[in-house]
Unconditional design. Structure first.
Length: 434
């Protein structure tokens, strides 16, 4: 494919041709005009490429790549990874339902999360998933009790908190002592011994996930060293570990980051694992889908106040909350490049919050009402974190393959917004309220 963005692995299939931004061979301005905005667009070739590069980095080593559903949970996206031999990492019953609807086999599903409800545990037991990643001793007891009620044994790993600093945004660091995730590594052996004594769990794994958008390898290696020590301690007390789940967290390029490529990540990990015989499980999310998607927006108005210039788009924080929530950077590009003067602007949405922005103090060419913009690298934690705030219907999602596109989630309607609501009878007559 020509004109793909370079930087090795992080190449993607969004590029300009005659000053028009394309996804693969589809001009995005045409797509935006047909499908409307806001609209998420994913590149099939990029998704395929990223999954394959990650998965094949561990070729020859027993492993399972379990895509993290919360990064992008569209059924078509899940189905694609399933068709490539991937499994999934889920964090809720809803994600389990999605994964099953997308055809992911239960023996390729691992279930993480600090707050699994009994209903969710029962569902996962009925489906007979590969492994529960348990995050507390109370959860261990709860899963044992539910498995006893079903007369089965739940395969489990304990999610261990290795207390390493991933040097990422505090909201997305998960493997430090102060975080709510996992079981402290110092008490892990005791927790494993307790697990072994229970009749309805089968200890099969050790799990960790230290954070997201990591741009260095060393925190992964530090965590792994600690897990390796733990696995050796467990061996010494007669507990054999079959699966080593290293979670996700590999970062991508949004701006100036230089994250390691999956191959470097794999090399560092495999070096640490010499002599071990576990099957590896990975839970990558962002690195697979982040740069495979963009969010299309239409310019509604532009305005200039005494201190600032604004581009007001039809796309807002309810569509993409990462800038508001984490101060994340997303590149913004016009769908049609023109030789226009550049100026410093905030790109904002229509929502009644000052935190409603897509980009701040950005040098962008002048745009006019009706122009289209692409918010780049929006394939991960984009649509999945979107909401109906301000009663805005959620965006459409589109999958592009070569010169064709497929709407894989239709835009919500105003009717969709009120579908789950009822007015109780005492309010529904035409009587005046008492
Ligand atoms: C969010 C999450 C992931 C995926 O993280 P990325 O940074 O998107 O790779 C993997 N495992 C668990 C347990 C998670 O919570």
């Amino acid at each position: 494919m020509t004109g793909s963005a370079d930087r090795g692995f992080l190449m993607h299939h969004f590029h300009y041709h005659n000053d028009e931004l394309y996804c693969e061979r589809v001009p995005l301005r045409e797509l935006a005009a047909r499908v409307g905005t806001p609209c998420y667009v994913y590149s099939h070739a990029t998704l395929l490429h990223h999954f394959t590069v990650f998965d094949s980095a561990f070729e020859g080593v027993p492993h399972l790549t379990c895509f993290s559903v919360k990064a992008n949970s569209n059924l078509a996206v899940l189905r694609l990874f399933g068709s490539l031999g991937g499994g999934v990492d889920i964090v809720s019953g809803g994600e389990l339902y999605r994964a099953r609807q997308a055809g992911i086999a239960p023996d390729k599903i691992v279930y993480s999360g600090v707050g699994k409800t009994l209903e969710e545990i029962d569902y996962a037991l009925r489906e007979n998933i590969l492994m529960f990643n348990i995050e507390s001793t109370q959860e261990l007891e709860a899963i044992n009790a539910r498995a006893a009620a079903f007369g089965c044994r739940a395969r489990i790993a304990l999610r261990v908190n290795p207390d390493v600093d991933p040097n990422t945004h505090p909201y997305i660091s998960t493997g430090m002592k102060k975080n709510k995730f996992g079981i402290e590594i110092d008490s892990a052996v005791k927790a494993y011994e307790r697990a072994r004594s229970l009749d309805h769990v089968e200890v099969v794994g050790v799990d960790c996930h230290i954070g997201s958008q990591l741009t260095e390898i060393s925190p992964f290696v530090d965590a792994l060293k600690r897990l390796r020590l733990l696995i050796e301690k467990l061996e010494a007390v007669g507990i054999t570990i079959q699966y080593l789940d290293l979670g996700g967290g590999l970062g991508i390029v949004y701006d100036q980051e230089a994250p390691p490529e999956p191959r470097e990540y794999a090399r560092a990990i495999l070096r640490e694992l010499k002599g071990m015989h576990c099957t590896l499980i990975f839970e990558p999310g962002r690195v697979i889908v982040g740069n495979a998607g963009v969010l299309l927006a239409r310019v509604l108005y532009t305005k200039r106040t005494q201190s600032k210039s604004f581009i007001i788009t039809d796309t807002a924080m309810n569509d993409l909350i990462r800038p508001s929530l984490y101060g994340s950077y997303h590149q913004v590009q016009p769908l049609r490049r023109q030789s226009r003067e550049s100026h410093i602007v905030d790109v904002v949405g229509p929502i009644c919050e000052s935190g409603d922005f897509i980009a701040k103090d950005r040098g962008l060419p002048m745009v006019e009402s009706g122009d289209f913009l692409a918010v780049m690298s929006a394939g991960a934690y984009g649509f999945t974190m979107s909401s109906n705030y301000n009663s805005r219907p959620r965006a459409a999602e589109v999958l592009v393959k070569d010169d064709r596109y497929f709407v894989i989630r239709r835009r919500e309607t105003w009717d969709d917004l009120i579908q789950c609501e009822t007015i109780p009878a005492f309010l529904s007559s035409d009587k005046q309220p008492a």
